[in-house]
Design a protein around this ligand. Structure first.
Ligand SMILES: [Zn+2]
Length: 118
C-alpha cells in the first residue's frame, strides 16, 4: 500500500525524454513505483490533466546572499524550483577578495534585492 498515489498525471521526470502518462506511488516520502498502478493507497490524488515533476532546476538566480537568511529560497521553491545555481553574471559573494568586497556590497543590493546591511 502506498502512502500517496498520484493517478493519471503527465510525468516529466527530468531526464530529457518525452513526457508520458503514468501513476506515481509514494511511500515513506519516496517514489517507489511509476507506471499503471492499481495498488491501494492511504491517499489518492487524481492528477489527470496536470504535470507531475520532481522539481525544476533554475540555472540562473541571484540568491547567493538570500540563502543565508532564507535557506529555502522561498522566492523559488514556491514556484516548484527544487535546485538553484548561484554565482551567475560574474558575481558571487564567495570567494571574494578583500579588495573586491566593497564592490560586492554596492552591487548586491541592486542585483539581488539584498538589503545593504546584509
Ligand atoms: Zn544574472
Amino acid at each position: 500500500m502506498y502512502d500517496l498515489l498520484l493517478k493519471g498525471g503527465r510525468i516529466y521526470d527530468g531526464s530529457g525524454m518525452p513526457s508520458s502518462y503514468a501513476d506515481v506511488g509514494i511511500s515513506g516520502g519516496k517514489i517507489v513505483e511509476i507506471g499503471r498502478l492499481n495498488g491501494g493507497a492511504k491517499r489518492t490524488l487524481n492528477v489527470d490533466g496536470l504535470a507531475v515533476a520532481p522539481g525544476f532546476i533554475d540555472p540562473h538566480t541571484h540568491l547567493d546572499a538570500q540563502l543565508f537568511w532564507d535557506p529555502l529560497g522561498t522566492s523559488s521553491c514556491f514556484h516548484g524550483v527544487t535546485s538553484v545555481v548561484v554565482g551567475n553574471c560574474g558575481l558571487s559573494l564567495a570567494p571574494a577578495k578583500p579588495e573586491d568586497r566593497d564592490a560586492d556590497q554596492k552591487f548586491c543590493p541592486r542585483g539581488s534585492d539584498q538589503p545593504a546591511r546584509a
